[in-house]
Design a protein around this ligand. Structure first.
Ligand code: ZN
Length: 199
């Protein structure tokens, strides 16, 4: 016999499949939701559906955006000859929050990890090389995390770019090892950017 109604069980099951949500939080959320006013729950589900249906990759840098071109790529105030390579859209947001970086980005959506079976073809690397082949880029700043995966990815990218002659730099290791860029304060991020070294 089910402890709760089958529908609540189903809701708990779906919620606990979300990252960072264990069984306990999932049942707390489920009971919260079924007790909320209907309009509130409808707004929430509509927001989820709308985001899932309408958020897409920027045609240029592959960050998540509502438009064909993200606000950074479509801005004329940005330096389109400098590309910062980051692992995900949250890292991009962390650098954008500093308000000091004036170049554009390239979002890989992951990092190379032999252990997890993630290879170069599983991240947006071909797309980066296609951008570089257009010949209007003067510097690529590799800002992947300082985790093992991030370093492996940085090394791989720099080897790939070397033959093109484009200047390739790596952000300084002021960033704590294994640290997600989004959790690092702005001062540390800027120091890492200013202290970047040529590969
Ligand atoms: Zn973009």
């Amino acid at each position: 016999m089910d402890l709760y109604s089958g529908k609540i069980n189903k809701l708990i099951e779906e919620l606990s499949a979300l990252p960072g949500i264990g069984n306990k939080s999932a049942s707390r959320l489920a009971f919260y939701l079924v007790n909320e006013p209907r309009e509130h729950v409808e707004r929430l589900t509509a927001a989820i559906t709308d985001a899932r249906q309408n958020v897409r990759f920027c045609r240029e840098c592959f960050t998540l955006t509502d438009e064909e071109l993200c606000p950074v790529c479509s801005s004329e105030k940005r330096d389109h000859s400098t590309i910062m390579v980051v692992e995900n859209s949250r890292d991009l947001a962390a650098y954008e929050k500093t308000g000091r970086y004036m170049g554009v980005y390239h979002v890989l959506h992951g990092a190379i990890s032999p252990m997890l079976g993630i290879g170069p073809d599983d991240i947006k690397l071909k797309e980066l090389m296609a951008r570089l082949s257009r010949g209007d880029v003067s510097e690529v700043i590799i800002a992947t995390n300082s985790s093992l995966e991030g370093e492996t990815t940085a090394m791989y990218i720099s080897k790939l770019i070397k033959p093109t002659g484009i200047k390739t730099t790596r952000i300084a290791t002021g960033v704590p090892v294994g640290g997600d860029l989004e959790n690092i304060d702005e001062v540390t991020l800027l120091r890492a950017l200013d202290g970047r070294t040529e590969l």
